[in-house]
Design a protein around this ligand. Sequence first.
Ligand SMILES: [Zn+2]
Length: 489
Amino acid sequence: MNNGIFSKNCITDFPAVTYPTQASMITGTYTGDYKKEFCHGVPLMDWLDRDKIPPSLRSYAAKDMQIYKINEDLGNNCRTILEMVGEGNTTSITQFINRGTKYFYPERRTKLALFYLLLYYSQNTKKTMVRVNSLVVQKLLETFKNPKKFFNNKEPPIASLLWFVSSDILLHLFGSDSWIYKLNLLHIDKVIGLLINELDKLGYLSDTVIAITSDHGNYKADRLGNLQSFLNRNKLIQYHPRKKKRGNFDLAKYDGVGFFYFKGTNNSDKKYQWSPPTLMDLESYGPNKINLLNQLFKIDASQLMFYRGDNNTSKEGIIYLKKRCKENNQILTSIIEYQGTGFDYKTRYIPNDEENDMFNYFNDTTACQLLDNKFHTTQEWLMATYHLDYPMLPDLIPRHFKNPRSADIILSNDGSIVYNIHHGKQTGKNISNHDLGLKRCMNVPLIIGGSLEIPSKELTYCKITDIVPTLLKLLGKNPHKSVVGSSLV
Ligand SMILES: [Zn+2]
């Protein structure tokens, strides 16, 4: 860290959920209208695919075994860093967002299944995590020591992706304040030390750059929630493509942030099509004709609601924001507007007054300067909000809603309750999570070290999409035109 670049305020993506944030990290771009603009197509960990009739349910969770589809889901308008480095050998160890890799561990789907089973159903957590952390580094070192075994030639890999998945698993199981979680971080540090020593011995360290970061931070809720009586009361039935009673909505994921998909009434002649709903559809939904835009606030601990305008395009549009005041149940409103694509993309956040300011930017001397009714760039939002809760959200939320795979309503709660729902099913009892737009979920550390060619400096702030262009610059390569971030060197 002291011989390279580091930052304590690297802002990740929203929602701060593993796979969408990692997609942004590895491609150097964010999500968006992935068929029309340069960006990646992965909106969430769990989402509804409306392109299929009837729609299908995507889930990258371990047990669903769909994770291998994520490389296709990225779409054709972005590149992974492994694709951007061009010719040369590349390695990906337990990182599934790895399009373009020449070697991948685990090699086959069956091996992947075994790997997951080992992680999730291990009898001895501590021993398993130690094995998995060591394996990540050992596998990479093998590709350096014996390239011929993994590639068509004798060259060691020029770019490698490694994922230490153990810290996420232990976070959910035991919380970030637990002894075993901290011990595991120390162990990851130890195996990185081992990697550095071995690379040094092999003579590769002086021309190697190692970037270390996290996809998200964490929080701990007070308790586990249950939604069933709310859903029953409002006749909201979870959609399932293979059930006879197909259901009328998909709660794709709800831990501390809920991602709701609904069926629009404009479905031309295709009975099983789920076109996106209009605002009118959302205001009078299901057999009870409920106004979802108010009614969903009755869910325990709900606080913020985001949804898109009717006439949004990839080039311009409006996002509605609502906030429920805890004290008097009053509903406050504001909007985000966006315009442009790629480098011309800008947004403005219009809360009108302090009371309607969902993100409490008015209280900050820097952030309040961007509440001037003008459109602002990604870098301006980063600079003005990196130190606050909801960092960069006026920039990041419209990007999510531009993606045709996005949810129709996002409902964020105050962090006191988690629901652990994936496509309608409650899947666990853990209360430690990381999806909220809070600073502690979205500010992550970044360290770029290794070769002495890297300048030594601390950056006050940066963003997760800056990592790819920085590494490419140090390699002497150009980023793909989709890359939003810029080089930190
Ligand atoms: Zn997680």
